[in-house]
Design a protein around this ligand. Structure first.
Ligand code: E4P
Length: 211
């Protein structure tokens, strides 16, 4: 499973990019607003740090308007992927951008039906939201499993980005369900490295080395 970083914080991206295991980035309007910066400036800077897909989300509008926004965003860098909302207009825009050869990420996916529509529209990526599904009392892990089954049944090329990841369990569940990618907040990425037995083992080895 590929690991993307889910943030618009350039300092966090700069640090994580050095680790050599992050192959893409995703942003959304909330993450951009948190940084108080312009979307275009943020994704331009991310593309200087990460050589991989970088999702930039259009503002929700009519299909034609979103296609026009997408064309402008796509000019920023060859790695820009256009994030589109899972709406009728978003699907229409997805099909149009696919024809134009512009990569897409259909976001806010919460059901197999929605995923199927996005796959049929030629989405490069879809983003099912694990954390928000759990918040609503359902299972984000089951959603990923079902979407993976549907995609494998029909051989769609659309890749699944497990999104709205809040904790280590989400990462593990996404990987076990076969998600292509998980997009992960910086704090969770940092936790992925750690295990108390690794720390304990290191201490034992250090003490032994001193002797
Ligand atoms: C990424 O593509 C999504 O926008 C993000 O993971 C949503 O996360 P949240 O549900 O924690 O806002």
């Amino acid at each position: 499973m590929k690991l993307f970083i889910d943030t618009a914080n350039i300092e966090h991206i700069r640090i994580a990019a050095k680790w050599g295991c992050i192959s893409g980035a995703t942003t959304n309007p909330s993450l951009i607003a948190k940084e108080g910066r312009k979307l275009e400036d943020v994704v331009k800077e991310i593309s200087d740090l990460i050589d991989g897909p970088i999702s930039a989300e259009v503002a929700e509008a009519s299909a034609n308007e979103m296609v026009e926004q997408a064309k402008e965003l796509a000019k920023i860098h060859r790695n820009i992927v256009i994030k589109l909302p899972m709406t009728i207009d978003g699907i229409e825009a997805c099909a149009e951008l696919t024809k134009l050869g512009i990569k897409t990420n259909v976001t806010l996916v919460f059901s197999v039906h929605q995923a199927l529509m996005a796959c049929e529209a030629g989405a490069t990526y879809i983003s099912p939201f694990m954390g928000r599904v759990d918040d609503a009392g359902d299972s984000g892990a089951e959603l990923i499993e079902k979407i993976m089954t549907m995609i494998n049944n029909y051989g769609y090329e659309t890749q699944v980005i497990a999104a709205s990841i809040r904790n280590l369990s989400h990462v593990e569940q996404a990987a076990l369900a076969g998600a292509d990618i998980a997009t992960i907040p910086f704090a969770v990425l940092e936790k992925m490295v750690k295990h108390p037995l690794t720390d304990a083992g290191l201490k034992i080895f250090k003490d032994a080395a001193k002797k």
